[in-house]
Design a protein around this ligand. Structure first.
Ligand SMILES: Cc1cc2nc3c(=O)[nH]c(=O)nc-3n(C[C@H](O)[C@H](O)[C@H](O)COP(=O)(O)OP(=O)(O)OC[C@H]3O[C@@H](n4cnc5c(N)ncnc54)[C@H](O)[C@@H]3O)c2cc1C
Length: 384
């Protein structure tokens, strides 16, 4: 049972955010930047953010040529330009809040590898034929040409298996971040704004009573539930949202990532993608961070479990050995998994009211580092 003091000082807030990933924290920050006097509480079930935001590969990216073309097929040009604009704006907002150093920004650019396997023939031809049309679409967003094809000699220079890689498409706008430092800086930023965060606190239900919202939680030491109260609530739980809002069109999607031990004389720097973005790798100093392969076993990967899928980890090692680093030995230092969220037609996130005083902002797909700050700003604008 709560004490009178707890009821007085710990339970009531103006705004309550469920989930302390990049979207939840950005929403809280946007509210507090606009309304410094408001009381804002973030509830997080993990000891620290435990979904995608602390588990990702740290690409400051907005879509490769093949990804964008495939998105255009599903969503149409106009919606893709809108989405890229929101991603690019989000990356700026993140850096504006935390500084280039705070996010660990490294400007090495990003490159898409078009593979030689004949199953990619049509995709490659289409990508090369459309570089300029994509550039025309995106120049208003970036102010300059976004993509260019690199000379094929570069494939060998970067140490990739030239018998497997046909072409490279480069963008100077993509960059790397340090995922851990970025999230730590974002947590510190929100705390400096006076936002309260409670960890180890899972929200089990949300009840909008019109004049206030009760947010029921479990995991309290006294074994009784604690019901927090707020005027407005935002649900920012991404891959875990169906547990709270079972009717939303959203599915979890696990992503597996590995990091190697340092490799002496690693021949490349930057962020890289292939297979329409299903695989992605980058350097981290002299290490390689490599992830993806969800498309190999989508049914198993539609899960909120953080286990590792053997088929996918073996495939990642095979691709590291033969495609990415064919000339050097390496050792995998660590492998982990994170949970993304997919669903709907295309990659537009969900931003909608659940009831009069509750908004949901979620389903970030594979590019929430970019989109997170923009979505947070949009959720805050709906709540305030
Ligand atoms: C392996 C991997 C690699 C990726 N690589 C990149 C990349 O390089 N670049 C990029 O832009 N994007 C990348 N992404 C995607 C990006 O990380 C996500 O889109 C983004 O982090 C989503 O942020 P979020 O705040 O919506 O979700 P999350 O970070 O998942 O945050 C949701 C939070 O809600 C909490 N929560 C859930 N349910 C409850 C509940 N009931 N009560 C309380 N708390 C709850 C969770 O514990 C979690 O901390 C990657 C994702 C993965 C998994």
């Amino acid at each position: 049972m709560l004490s009178f003091w707890e009821q007085q000082s710990f339970i009531k807030y103006d705004y309550l955010i469920v989930g302390s990933g990049i979207v939840g924290l950005s929403t809280a920050a946007s509210i507090k930047e606009k309304e410094p006097q408001a009381t804002v509480l973030v509830l997080e079930r993990g000891i620290f953010p435990t979904g995608a935001s602390t588990k990702n590969a740290g690409f400051g990216c907005f879509g490769s040529v093949t990804e964008l073309l495939s998105d255009i097929d599903v969503m149409g040009e106009e919606n893709v330009v809108k989405l890229v604009t929101r991603r690019w704006k989000g990356l700026h907002k993140l850096e504006q809040r935390l500084g280039a150093e705070g996010i660990g920004r490294k400007n090495f650019g990003g490159t898409e590898l078009l593979l030689k396997d004949k199953k990619y023939k049509d995709l490659n031809e289409r990508a090369l034929a459309n570089i300029e049309s994509i550039n025309r679409l995106l120049t208003p967003v970036f102010g300059k040409k976004v993509f260019e094809q690199l000379p094929t000699q570069k494939i060998a220079d970067l140490g990739f298996d030239a018998s497997q890689v046909a072409h490279l498409i480069f963008t100077p706008f993509e960059f790397q971040i340090h995922t851990g430092d970025m999230m730590r800086a974002l947590l510190e930023y929100t705390m400096k704004l006076g936002i309260k965060i409670i960890n180890g606190c899972e929200v089990s239900a949300i009840e909008d009573q019109g004049n206030r919202v009760t947010v029921h939680t479990k995991g309290h030491v006294s074994a009784s539930e604690v019901g927090f109260e707020a005027k407005k609530v935002a649900v920012c739980t991404n891959g875990f949202t169906r547990k709270l809002l079972p009717d939303l069109d959203i599915q979890p999607g696990r992503g597996i990532v590995m990091v190697t031990e340092p490799i002496e004389g690693l021949p490349f720097k930057g962020t890289y993608h292939f297979d329409e973005g299903y695989y992605y790798f980058r350097n981290f100093g002299e290490r390689i961070i490599f992830g993806g392969g969800r498309n190999l076993d989508k049914a198993t990967e539609t899960t909120t479990d953080f286990d590792l899928n053997k088929l996918i980890t073996q495939d990642l090692i095979e691709k590291l050995t033969h495609l990415i680093l064919p000339h050097q030995p390496f050792e995998v230092a660590h492998t982990w998994a994170g949970i993304m969220a997919f669903g709907g037609q295309g990659k537009t996130p969900i931003l909608q009211p659940v009831s009069d005083n509750v908004m949901v902002g979620t389903r970030l797909n594979g590019m929430g580092v970019a989109l997170g700050s923009t979505l947070g700003e949009e959720i805050a604008a709906e709540l305030i």
